[in-house]
Design a protein around this ligand. Sequence first.
Ligand SMILES: [Cu+2]
Length: 139
Amino acid sequence: MPKLPIAATIVGGVLTFALFGVNLGVLSPGVAQGATLRQFAVTIKERKLDAAENVIRVSQGEDVEIVLTCDEAAELHLHGYDLLLSLTPNVPGKLQFTAKIAGRFPLEAHRFGPETNTDASAGRHHSTGPLLYLEVLPR
Ligand SMILES: [Cu+2]
């Protein structure tokens, strides 16, 4: 495996959704009536967020769905909400939660590469710094 630079980038989609606050609830039939579902798409490439801005902003109480795609295996951790997500290369994975806690929370990679990857390029808990921040504005 080539050693990849450790860093991060957000996808255009994230910024777009964040700016316009698009309610995509219509695309998710499972969502309760009247609830606002905030959907975000995030791509991680070469251990960087593939986007211009690294902040996802929502309001407290909103339902949030973050779809993450990474070009290699990874284990991601959303702090504060304490959600873990294991990703397979190029297969989207979802973080779904209700934004009950206001604040600013980092999303970080605990690991890049396969689980068996123990060399330094795998990254360690928090060693690469946050990929992005989730900001939950208080009501
Ligand atoms: Cu962590």
